[in-house]
Design a protein. Structure first.
Lengths: 425, 284
């Protein structure tokens, strides 16, 4: 027998755990201190001549740390979201879970049957008809030929492609082939499904269908690990979510919180996490934050809601106490709108370094800007970050609420002063 | 709680950590399916379809036949020389198809390798399998041609499947080896093209070994298992008077050299493939 032993040694797939007693079941997926690095040679040597001529040079490479010491568990039946920016390691993690990549350190344990694919329509061939492609795809996903044939009608009906069964896939629209891919994928008999960005395409009615299908899978108790950029689907489906940033696990927990954090990492420049308590971190404290129309009175302490008309100059101010000596700290105020998107970040480092501060110093940082924000409600989050931006010394999430009023709503998040010229000819 | 609604046959599969058993079945159906799809697609869109699988070796045969019987008169005194020539070309075509297919097969299936977990070996094996389908079709043509030429059917024809098996092992060994080497070194492709050309002329396809000096034949047969296979094929299929492989190479014991080469190439290919398999996806 040919040993098909490409399964990395660290990926084991023990039997389905069925706990009949009351204790909590063992996790469906457990990831323990997983690290994954990619070697990126400085010069790509892919011919023998180069290798022979420069035997030594080929050894210089930089390492891309795709995943650093990531650990988490996923309970059976859980709907687990993985979010993060591009290049944060989501897809690498998913590939490690699927056993497509071996891990460098740590272990990945998956209980139950694991769906082997991470993308819809893997192996679809444009020259073949939908009929052939369904058979191929279903077999790739682990169904037998017989099962594939039995479920064919069901698959086609779900994808709503009855009229196009014998059309070559290359004549399908991209939405149609995604529908077909999804219809096949949900047929796979797996306990743990891994899905990478599935809901990006498809029209509204099909998306609704996919959502319903997810609800069904969820009701059946399947475990689904799901990578996405869509915070709506995270909020809607996930029981828990995880945020990755540059290969590190930033946070794991309630989807709402993770979605909010994701928005911050994605759009804001506030630190990756809250005030770090690591020993040796210099201490600073934001004592007060306020916002007011320029020239107007400073609001009373405790009055942290302010309304400012669009077009007026505006001052946002933060007062900071420094408990330790600090070089060039960066003060910033992050303005987020009602849907938690960062619209504007006022940062002290735009004006150059802030200089040295001694322990016990106080700083009042004023940002004055013309208020061309669109009419909405904004929340201001002040933070103090070290000069390299790596550590957040203090942060007050949503310390102040700012309401911007304007005679009309233009539709944008900002109404930049604009000269309008309409030329007739 | 995690099983959900599952038909019985699949539930059995989810039983054990012996992923090999389940994976083996899947690997086999995957390999088969990849091979069939590949075969279907190969001549897709061309008017004559499957006929092209026959046309290529037949055209080559036509040219070589003309040159070596009418111009150079190479095959003089060789019984059924045209049949021998055609069989040799068809078998060599199988070898060349499997190995050249093997070189680029991982690249060609990059999308699968990066997006799905499956036994990697399905890819080179499916390439060989699809070449084997071709060989089967071509052999039908060879058989018809042999019948027309009046080659008598003999019991020793039963050796033929065994000879094809040896050739297949040799070819698949190279396919596995070359596929993973190509991921690392892109110049495997031109190198292999040259090696194949040399092998074509270093194998008794255009000529028969009995026309060459015996000591030269011995070395050639030891170095090139394809020469051994073709020589034995001539003896078994076409001309009982022709030397057997053992006679041509000198002794039965010396016959172990080409056999050992075949096994060694297969083992080396398998070992290299297994070694590289976990990292193919990231090295592509």
């Amino acid at each position: 027998m040919v040993p098909f032993a490409d399964l990395p040694a660290t990926v084991r797939q023990p039997a389905v755990g069925r706990q009949r007693d009351g204790s909590s079941p063992p996790p469906a997926v457990s990831v323990e201190r997983v690290s994954k690095r990619f070697r990126l040679p400085h010069e790509q040597y892919s011919t023998l001549k180069q290798r022979v001529l420069h035997p030594r040079r080929s050894r210089t490479f930089s390492e891309l740390r795709a995943l650093e010491d990531v650990s988490f568990d996923i309970a059976p039946g859980e709907f687990f979201g993985i979010v993060g920016r591009n290049g944060s390691g989501k897809s690498t993690l998913l590939k490690c879970l699927a056993g497509i990549y071996g891990v460098d350190n740590g272990r990945v344990d998956v209980r139950g049957r694991l769906s082997p694919f991470i993308e819809l329509g893997v192996g679809f061939h444009p020259e073949l008809s939908a009929r052939d492609n369904v058979a191929i795809n279903a077999i790739m996903l682990g169904l037998t030929r017989k099962q594939a044939l039995e479920r064919f009608d069901e698959i086609i009906a779900f994808a709503e492609l009855e009229e196009f069964v014998d059309l070559k896939l290359k004549n399908y629209s991209s939405g149609m082939s995604v529908r077909l891919g999804f219809a096949v994928a949900i047929q796979v008999d797996a306990d743990v499904l891994l899905v990478d960005e599935v809901l990006a395409v498809g029209d509204a009615s099909f998306q609704q269908k996919c959502f319903d299908e997810f609800d069904r899978l969820k009701a059946e108790g399947r475990t689904i690990v799901f990578v996405t950029h869509g915070m709506d689907s995270v909020r809607r489906f996930c029981d828990r979510a995880m945020l990755l940033e540059r290969g590190n696990l930033v946070d794991i927990g309630d989807p709402e919180e993770i979605a909010a954090k994701y928005a911050e990492v994605n759009f804001g420049t506030v630190g990756d996490d809250g005030p770090s308590a690591a020993p040796g971190t210099p201490r600073a404290r934001i004592t007060r934050t306020w916002c007011a129309a320029a020239g107007g009175p400073v609001p009373e302490v405790g009055d942290d809601t302010v309304t400012i008309a669009q077009g007026d100059d505006c001052v946002a101010c933060m007062e900071v106490e420094l408990h330790d000596a600090l070089e060039d700290p960066v003060f910033s105020i992050n303005f987020r709108n009602d849907v938690r998107h960062t619209i504007y970040v006022a940062r002290s480092d735009r004006g150059g370094p802030t200089g040295s501060f001694a322990a016990g110093d106080r700083a009042t940082v004023r940002f004055r800007f013309p208020n061309w924000l669109g009419p909405s409600v904004y929340t201001l989050t002040p933070s103090v970050v070290t000069s390299d931006g790596r550590r957040t010394l203090d942060q007050r999430v949503d310390a102040v609420t700012l309401r911007v009023e304007a005679p009309r709503f233009s539709g944008g998040v900002a109404d930049l002063p604009t000269e309008i010229e309409v030329e007739r000819s | 709680m995690s099983a959900g609604v599952q038909p019985a046959p699949v539930a059995a599969q989810s039983r054990g950590p012996s992923a090999l058993g389940g994976d083996l079945r899947r690997a086999l159906s995957l390999t088969w399916m990849l091979a069939v799809t590949d075969f279907k697609l190969r001549y897709f869109g061309s008017v004559l379809g499957y006929l092209w699988t026959l046309m290529r070796p037949l055209m080559l045969f036509g040219v070589l036949y003309f040159v070596f019987t009418q111009v150079i008169r190479f095959g003089e005194g060789v019984p059924y020389y045209p049949v021998y020539l055609l069989t040799g070309i068809v078998l060599f075509t199988y070898f060349s198809e499997t190995t050249t297919g093997g070189v680029g097969c991982l690249m060609a299936r990059e999308n699968l390798l990066r997006k799905m977990h499956f036994p990697r070996i399905a890819i080179p094996i499916s390439v060989s399998l699809s070449a084997l389908f071709n060989l089967g079709l071509n052999l039908v043509a060879v058989f018809v041609f042999a019948m027309i030429s009046g080659v008598p059917i003999r019991m020793s024809w039963l050796q033929f499947p065994f000879l094809v098996l040896l050739l297949a092992l040799f070819a698949i060994g190279f396919a596995m080896l070359l596929s993973v080497l190509y991921v690392r070194f892109r110049d495997i492709q031109p190198i292999w093209d040259v090696v194949l050309q040399i092998t074509f002329y270093a194998s008794p396809i255009l000529y028969v070994v009995s026309k060459l000096p015996a000591e030269y034949v011995r070395e050639m047969m030891a170095a090139n298992p394809i020469a051994t296979i073709l020589t034995q094929m001539r003896h078994a299929m076409l001309d009982p008077g022709a030397p057997t492989a053992a006679e041509a190479i000198g002794s039965e014991v010396r016959l172990l050299i080409p056999l050992a080469t075949i096994v060694a190439i297969f083992a080396l290919g398998l070992w290299m493939f297994k070694r590289e398999a976990p990292r193919i996806a990231e090295n592509l």
